[in-house]
Design a protein around this ligand. Structure first.
Ligand code: PXP
Length: 241
């Protein structure tokens, strides 16, 4: 099963927002990413709209031909925007409004009632729901119980420890992925994946369906250009070790 690459465009929007004009053009960039091989487009609108803005969502939905994934904390405002746009997938993330970036997964046990309620709203509109989560079987069972279709592994800790001890860093993800498969839970992954650590993650973690990558990929594009970078990331995802 090939792992799909969804490109997170938040950093492209951040550069655009810095000057108040439409350069770089987020919509054109999304189209180009797809042309160069991206199999999905991800955005993560945050309450302060410092990256992607809520009014970017519909224009993106209109042109994405692969898979459109919107991530974020399910505040009433976020839920209303996602239901209006109806992306293929929504990834729910428990990040604080002022978070620099997402830095933890859901406690699916503590937030059981809240997540059940929110997820049922998305499911009524046929939107696939993924929950950002740490590789922990109890939390994954909790994700199943609240009705999630997939989980997105928070891979920050893996990336942090990759150069320290990659076998140890990958182990919880391999174990948790096997558990996901046994309960028919789909698997995505993201955060801090890059050209160094991506191939090992994709080749070791079974049943992985999608990775979403933003910061490193867009940073690499400053050096190599986005068409080359997409080829480089796709190569790392697909090559056998
Ligand atoms: N997944 C989630 C839930 C995120 O919040 C982010 C960052 O916006 C990513 C994946 C992508 O992380 P990175 O930008 O480090 O590739």
């Amino acid at each position: 099963m090939a792992v799909r690459l969804s490109v997170n465009l938040n950093k492209v929007a951040l550069i655009r927002n810095a000057r108040g004009s439409n350069h770089p053009d987020l919509i054109q960039f999304a189209k180009d990413c797809e042309e160069f091989g991206a199999q999905g487009i991800t955005v993560h609108p945050r309450p302060d709209e410092r990256h992607v803005r809520y009014n970017d969502l519909q224009p993106l939905k209109d042109i994405v031909t692969t898979e459109f994934n919107i991530e974020g904390n399910p505040t009433p405002e976020f839920i209303a925007h996602v239901l209006a746009v109806k992306p293929h997938q929504v990834t729910l993330v428990p990040d604080a409004p002022d978070a620099l970036t997402s830095d933890a997964g859901w406690d699916t046990i503590k937030y059981n009632a809240f997540l059940k309620d929110v997820i049922s709203q998305f499911k009524q509109h046929d939107i696939r729901v993924s929950l950002f989560i740490d590789p922990d079987n109890d939390l994954i069972a909790g994700a199943k119980d609240v009705g999630a279709d997939r989980i997105e592994f928070y891979t920050g800790p893996y990336a942090d420890n990759y150069f320290v001890d990659k076998e140890k860093a990958i182990k919880p993800f391999v174990e948790a992925a096997k558990y996901c498969h046994s309960i028919k839970m789909g698997i995505n992954a993201g955060h801090d994946l890059n050209l160094d650590n991506l191939n090992y993650f994709c080749s070791e973690v079974p049943y992985l369906q999608e990775v979403s990558i933003g910061h490193a990929l867009i940073s690499d594009a400053l050096y190599y250009g986005i068409s080359n970078v997409l080829a480089m990331y796709l190569y790392q995802i697909n090559k056998t070790r």
